[in-house]
Design a protein around this ligand. Structure first.
Ligand code: 6PG
Length: 233
């Protein structure tokens, strides 16, 4: 399916509204909103805006997961959970029970298995073969990675598992990440991207150049929106 492409000079507010619209429709249809957060720096202002504009969302009916995590403790400067906690979880007073944290402080393969098992339990409780997110937020790295699916890494070949530990040689570090099968199971995927960075890469990924993991995620997804922040003129 062709991706929807939205370029905006009001990135944070437009992205926040997009997320909240998906929240309201999921809550209306199924009484629950399953959202996977992306990491890195780009989403931070979006999460801050979601916390402000979405204060009245029934957060106890929202389940937040993380598309990937660095293998560091939750209070580490590099932790995606820490960024989300500061920008969204605390400001929006989201209950701990609504948040499924990847345990970056644990041994990577155990942490991945643990997270995968939690998603599997939730899926089973809903009669699903695989956990189905309503919306997975994804970023885009300058090498075309998304989540922690980096070019040339083992996780790209995972066809069964939903969450794996993935060693990333360029960082000499382990990451925890969603796999393509879990991304494919989502109702909608949204790339949140800073349009001032790697604009030609964005084009190549959107044109499905499958050397880039982000393009493979786009191809796997059933519905895709690109929200691309443009500099204000
Ligand atoms: C991570 C992210 C990663 C990120 C891209 C873009 O843990 O780093 O999940 O996939 O989205 O690297 O990062 P920036 O938003 O910082 O450019």
């Amino acid at each position: 399916m062709k991706p929807e492409i939205v370029r905006t000079q009001n990135f944070a507010s437009d992205a926040a509204q997009f997320i909240l619209q998906h929240a309201h429709s999921a809550l209306a249809e199924r009484g629950e909103f399953r959202l996977a957060l992306s990491g890195g720096r780009t989403p931070r202002p979006v999460y801050e805006e979601v916390a402000r504009a979405g204060r009245d969302l029934p957060w106890d009916k929202v389940r937040l997961t993380f598309g990937d995590e660095r293998c560091v403790p939750p209070d580490h400067a590099e932790s995606n959970f820490r960024m989300a906690r500061e920008a969204l979880l605390v400001p929006a007073e989201i209950p701990d029970a609504s948040v499924l944290r990847m345990r970056g402080e644990a041994e990577p393969t155990l942490a991945a298995k643990d997270y995968e098992e939690q998603l599997s339990q939730l899926a089973k409780a809903s009669g699903e073969a695989i956990y189905r997110h309503d919306l997975i937020l994804l970023g885009l790295g300058d090498d075309g990675h998304t989540a922690s699916l980096f070019p040339g890494t083992a996780a790209l070949d995972e066809k069964q598992r939903t969450v794996v530990a993935n060693f990333v040689p360029k960082f000499e570090a382990w990451r925890l990440t969603f796999t393509f099968p879990l991304i494919a199971a989502a109702r909608h995927v949204c790339f949140l991207v800073d349009g001032t960075k790697h604009s030609d890469l964005i084009e190549k990924v959107q044109q499905s150049d499958l050397q880039y993991p982000a393009a493979r995620a786009q191809a796997a997804a059933s519905a895709v929106t690109w929200l691309i922040g443009q500099p204000t003129l």
